[in-house]
Design a protein around this ligand. Structure first.
Ligand code: FAD
Length: 414
């Protein structure tokens, strides 16, 4: 197989690492590799800027990574810093969650703009970005991997980082997919314009009694616009197939309409997409292929957030290749990558999944929100935990304890 690949490199692109998918995981991986002096070639089937169905919410972990990667928020026009979030319990009780002032602990940014800005950083770092190129086949040899695209292009590299999202083509091509898998969450998103109610600047999350486990949200994206949506867990009280109908009803509930304001109207049709959140249960590698982001089912089982997890897994995959050297045998690289994911994400995911069970029923959700509301201290600290100021299972993993772990500044801080 190796010879077969070597024989066919005429007229093809030779690189160190091929990255399929230029979303958060792929762009973060590519810039990390390029900054370390490796040749990184990203392929994406879309032309950027491209939309990604998402809530556009950025936690502090995500923001710290964007800060480290060198993003200037001014390059993202819809960027909005959030200083306080509001949770609304199944009984209608509201809890305000204040976020610290030292730096940014939460922001919202349209994915079309954010992903394009992060991809630009990867390009500036030296990564080769090839858009409009859908990966359609791949072959692995002893020391290389060859990818072919829908336009007839061939790219050969030492490693392949699969960052191609929930329906990962690379996972299918390597035969490592889970039969019938459709993600843990399914979420709808719709932009609204003409927003004049509190939703124009507040981040709101409603735990509605009739679709737990799940929640509806409204996140401000500036210019009197909001990203509004809801997500439910598969296997809960609602069938995913009924979500479109349910969305029409939810988005016209009086308290949600009141938050948006009387003149708010949808900017386009609602969009739905699954969220994969079972990182410990899917293969993270296959030979010279490393899976990252949604392709590794890395989203948080509690909230469905996956942007920070995509940046982190992309960077860890790149780091494993850099540290081992692009030409080293794949078991070492895969071991290093898997050990980073295992030690940094597995316990947090278990903790999230556990808490999710408590939020599955009205009583659990009501009690949890009541506990959070008990004092300014509980509200402040819950906010920091919810927005991933520190890892979900930090208290249960002493090896990650460090000085200032509960008092660090946010991103882009003073
Ligand atoms: C409705 C909804 C709301 C969400 N809200 C939030 C939120 O508020 N905050 C948060 O942190 N997370 C949120 N998430 C999760 C988050 O969107 C994902 O976890 C994140 O986008 C994963 O990034 P990724 O780089 O792994 O994949 P993606 O962002 O999906 O990028 C994959 C890329 O691969 C490309 N691609 C796919 N197949 C191929 C192929 N064959 N060849 C070439 N290119 C290919 C695609 O064009 C795409 O650009 C939400 C998800 C949904 C569905």
């Amino acid at each position: 197989m190796a010879d077969d690949i070597a024989d066919r490199t005429d007229g093809t692109i030779e690189t160190d690492v091929v990255i399929v998918g230029a979303g958060p995981a792929g762009a973060a991986a590519a810039m990390t590799l390029a900054r370390a002096g490796l040749r990184a070639t990203i392929l994406d089937k879309a032309i950027f800027p491209r939309d990604k169905f998402c809530g556009d919410g950025l936690t502090v972990w995500t923001l710290r990574q964007l800060d480290e990667m060198g993003l200037d928020p001014a390059t993202v026009p819809s960027w909005r810093v959030v200083k306080q979030a509001v949770l609304i319990s199944p009984s209608g009780r509201e809890v305000l969650l204040p976020l610290p002032e030292r730096g940014t602990f939460c922001a919202v940014a349209r994915r079309s703009e954010l992903d394009a800005a992060v991809l630009d950083i990867a390009r500036e770092a030296g990564a080769e970005v090839l858009t409009g190129q859908e990966c359609t086949s791949l072959a692995q040899g002893d020391d290389r991997v060859r990818v072919a695209t829908s336009t007839g292009m061939t790219v050969v590299g030492r490693y392949l980082i699969a960052a191609d999202g929930m329906w990962s083509t690379v996972r299918k091509l390597t035969g490592t997919g889970i039969e019938g898998y459709r993600g843990e969450w399914h979420a709808f998103r719709q932009y609204f314009e003409g927003v004049t109610g509190r939703a124009q600047d507040e981040m709101l999350a409603w735990f509605e009694p009739d679709f737990l486990p799940g929640y509806a949200w409204s996140f401000p994206v500036g210019n009197n616009e909001a990203n509004v949506g809801f997500g439910i867990m598969r296997g809960g009280s609602w069938r995913v197939g009924a979500m479109r109908e349910l969305w029409a009803e939810i988005s016209s509930r009086p308290h949600i309409r009141a938050a948006l304001g009387p003149g708010a109207a949808p900017e386009g049709p609602p969009r739905a997409w699954p969220i994969p959140a079972r990182v410990g249960e899917v293969p993270l590698s296959c030979g010279r292929v490393l899976f990252t982001g949604d392709a590794a089912a890395a989203a948080d089982p509690l909230t469905g957030e996956g942007i920070g997890q995509a940046y982190a897994t992309g960077r860890w995959a790149a780091d494993a290749i850099i540290r081992c050297g692009a030409s080293v045998g794949e078991p070492m690289v895969a071991d290093r990558y898997e050990s980073s994911v295992r030690s940094s994400l597995f316990r947090d995911h278990q903790m999230s999944a556990l808490l999710n069970r408590a939020l599955s029923h009205r009583k659990g959700a009501r009690t949890a929100i009541w506990l959070v509301s008990l004092s300014p201290w509980t509200r402040r600290n819950f906010a920091r935990w919810l927005f991933e100021d520190y890892p979900r299972a930090m208290l249960a993993t002493p090896r990650r304890w460090h000085h200032g772990m509960f008092s660090g500044p946010g991103a882009f801080g003073p």
